[in-house]
Design a protein around this ligand. Structure first.
Ligand SMILES: [Zn+2]
Length: 255
């Protein structure tokens, strides 16, 4: 159904660059091709995101002209919906940990200043349910998502809507922008996260070229992400461990 109300005006602006600037397939430089824009409603406001998209320009490469978007995009929002991952995690925790109804969740979000209607709350909860139910054992799904690509660049994001809430962990492939696994865990212990990551690595026929993360759980919805180094992750099939970094030219400014 076509939306009846415009997306609220953004009060934050974010510019995202690709951490990987060399093609994951041929290894040559991917040139910055164009900018893409998204507006996402988060718990801390409406964010206008500028994405500096790259593509491989080498004709002989199997990824010739295929799009590569900034890895960090998924921390803000999943492909498609205009609602941020933090908002989805928060609504999910209110529904399944606190057993709140849709009208109650709507009221809580409105009180937090989120401009959202009750129908959209239901959509956000549907998205949460979809996320949690993704399966690694469905070979057809994985095949459909990843097609014939030979490598994956995994990103792992953890969102804890509020202290004491479960942490929503999402593992995705940055090359295809696919969600591979999402789970709500009581803890953010590295042991639990490593188990999740190992399940993904073992289930995929593709080579894991790198694993990227913001290095920590985003602990509160009202806080903008901080960036830092994370501790190492052991995977025999992963050749590189990277984190989002302030030097990746991410910038955040108030409009
Ligand atoms: Zn290439």
């Amino acid at each position: 159904m076509a939306r009846k109300t415009p997306v609220p005006e953004a009060n934050q602006k974010v510019v995202l660059n690709c951490i990987h600037q060399n093609c994951p397939s041929c290894g040559q430089k991917m040139w910055r091709d164009y900018d893409n824009y998204r507006t996402i409603r988060t718990l801390s406001g409406v964010v206008r995101i500028k994405l500096k998209v790259r593509r491989c320009s080498h004709r002989e490469c199997e990824r010739y002209h295929q799009v590569y978007r900034p890895e960090e995009e998924g921390v803000w929002g999943l492909p498609g919906p205009e609602f941020g991952l933090d908002l989805i995690a928060y609504a999910g925790s209110l529904r399944y940990q606190e057993h709140r109804s849709v009208p109650q969740i709507h009221k809580v979000l409105r009180e937090k200043g989120v401009n959202i209607c009750q129908r959209s709350v239901s959509n956000v909860l549907d998205r949460y349910d979809e996320l949690i139910s993704v399966s690694l054992t469905d070979g057809n799904r994985i095949k459909k998502l990843l097609g014939s690509q030979k490598q994956v660049i995994l990103a792992i994001d953890g969102l804890q809507p509020q202290v004491g809430h479960e942490v929503l962990w999402v593992i995705r492939d940055c090359m295809s922008e696919s969600i591979l696994l999402a789970r709500s865990l009581l803890s953010s212990r590295e042991e639990d996260i490593s188990k999740m990551l190992s399940r993904v690595v073992e289930a995929l026929p593709q080579t894991v070229t790198a694993v990227v993360s913001d290095g920590q759980t985003r602990a509160t919805p009202a806080r903008k992400p901080r960036w830092g180094r994370s501790s190492s992750f052991n995977s025999q099939r992963c050749s590189e461990r990277l984190t989002w970094d302030a030097t990746s030219t991410m910038s955040l400014s108030l409009l």
